[in-house]
Design a binder for this molecule. Structure first.
Ligand code: SF4
Length: 488
């Protein structure tokens, strides 16, 4: 990677407000947001697009992963009361793990909000994606693909959820941009380059207003977080400044939020508290007291799963020089998220699963498998050579560097296709002690499918609460994506 640019020098202080808010009352939220916009002198105008974080939403199974519908309701009401010369107000997002965004919007309660305010919805997995050229020399690639509504938008409002993140430590304003891209482009560089990718996305567009839903924050995981009553709404007009304050709210050194460091070094904003004017009615020291027990989960998987009975991990070396010892943005974190999804559906899954060894990276030496233990070799970069049941096994790396990956020729990462591929692959290998599941990264959804087959545990994709509604949303998504190819 090229050397980062020198630290940005600011000629004024960005203001960030931390406001108290202990519940999801849309009217109260609207009042707070309006007050914040007035203080920050924000006047939305033109084509206004709100970008929440709806990585996954379900009232029972995934209740804390997303920006709440009541929050969106309050923000839209405040925006309508402050906006001038409005051409359009819309809400847009691409959810995670290939689940159709329209399914998650429904579960998040967004459809009622969209109807109530007469605004538009953009599901970025259905939108046409267009190329944007990047000029910053540190960017991994020269061209990024983004949805057309983002390209057209004149006033972007970023509405992240305040959450811990097992790969990046925290997901706030900067990280929320991962949800701009569709499945075809989202997983490109979502590996050892994840932090770089997040910084690259900032060049596409800058939000003109940010309001973080930190009323109930999420601890540990990003798809299945443990709720934490933080009672805060954080507002600002600069992502780096907002994320820096967010770090301090949970006592994280902003230098440890790598994508923030990269974005700040590229001149997108400050990452030092003395360069930020922190205001609002919820003093930072008081927030820090409240978050003394806020929990993160950034452990390596070999440590994290060392206490579990039936899953153990062997972690080798990784291909990129900037992090040879671990791949933070790819397969290992996806394994953690996948296991937490299983636990969400079945709290006894750790006991019920059959013994599995998860092997990732370049591993040398014997695996010393227990009797009956099956092996998942995960990811394209994984390699190993040895004997399993007297059979000589050679797993070879097919890892491609960022330069070798052509974004124009990337695979669709289609939900049904990927599920079917994993199921058929697992069926063909059902008598084998091992399987090599390829991908860079091997996505969370693929981890779920392969783990289910190898550990003989129920696949959550076939849970009746998901199966029919997700598949209906999938076919709607495919239909509207097809139509959008011909529209504007
Ligand atoms: S294959 Fe997985 S672990 Fe290996 S570099 Fe890619 S994302 Fe990281």
């Amino acid at each position: 990677m090229p050397e980062p640019a020198k630290d940005c020098v600011l000629d004024h202080k960005h203001k960030v407000l931390i406001m108290r808010c202990d519940g999801y009352d849309p009217d109260r939220i609207a009042g707070i947001i309006k007050e914040g916009m007035e203080e920050l002198r924000v006047t939305p105008r033109g084509r206004i697009l709100l970008k929440p974080n709806v990585v996954l939403a379900h009232p029972q199974i995934f209740p804390n992963a997303y920006t709440r519908g009541e929050f969106l309701d309050g923000v839209v009401a405040a925006v309508k009361s402050r906006a001038e010369s409005v051409k359009e107000i819309a809400v847009g997002e691409r959810s995670g793990i290939t689940v159709p965004t329209r399914y998650n919007f429904k579960n998040a309660g967004y459809l009622e909000v969209i109807d109530k305010h007469g605004i538009k919805a953009y599901y970025f997995d259905e939108s046409k994606h267009v190329p944007v050229q990047l000029k910053i020399p540190q960017a991994i690639r020269k061209t990024l693909y983004i949805p057309k509504p983002i390209k057209r938008c004149e006033f972007l409002i970023n509405l992240p959820k305040f959450k811990a993140h097992p790969w990046c430590r925290l997901t706030l304003s900067l990280k929320n941009f991962i949800g701009l891209q569709d499945d075809r482009h989202r997983l490109i560089d979502h590996n050892q380059f994840l932090e770089h990718k997040i910084a690259d996305l900032q060049e596409v567009i800058q939000p003109k207003f940010i309001a973080i839903d930190g009323i109930v924050a999420g601890q540990k995981m990003m798809l299945t977080p443990t709720p934490f009553l933080l009672g805060a709404i954080v507002m600002g007009t600069n992502s780096c400044a907002v994320d820096t304050v967010g770090c301090h709210m949970v006592r994280i050194n902003p230098n440890d939020l790598t994508h923030l460091k990269y974005a700040s070094q590229r001149g997108f904003g400050p990452m030092a508290l003395d360069q930020i004017d922190v205001g609002g009615n919820y003093p930072l020291e008081e927030v820090q007291k409240r978050t003394e027990n806020f929990k993160f989960c950034v452990e390596r998987i070999d440590n994290y799963f060392s206490g579990t009975r039936n899953l153990s991990c062997t972690v080798g070396k990784f291909p990129e020089g900037h992090s040879l010892d671990y791949c933070r943005g790819g397969c290992p974190g996806a394994l953690q998220e996948a296991i937490h999804i299983f636990r969400g559906f079945n709290p006894d899954v750790d006991k019920q699963m059959q013994k599995v060894r998860y092997v990732v990276g370049k591993v040398d030496g014997p695996l010393n498998l227990a009797k009956g233990e099956r092996v998942i070799f995960a990811g394209n970069c994984t390699s190993w050579e040895g004997d399993i049941d007297g059979e000589s096994v050679k797993i070879e790396s097919s890892y491609k560097t960022a330069d070798d990956v052509d974004a124009k020729k990337s695979s669709t990462n289609d939900m049904l296709l990927k599920t079917a591929t994993a199921i058929v692959h697992s069926l063909l290998k059902r008598r084998s002690r091992y399987i090599h599941a390829r991908g860079c990264p091997l996505s969370v959804a693929q981890h779920v499918n392969y783990l289910s087959a190898m550990a003989k545990i129920k696949n959550p994709n076939f849970d009746p609460r998901l199966l029919i509604p997700v598949n209906i949303a999938y076919w709607q998504m495919r239909f509207f994506r097809f139509l959008n190819r011909f529209i504007g």
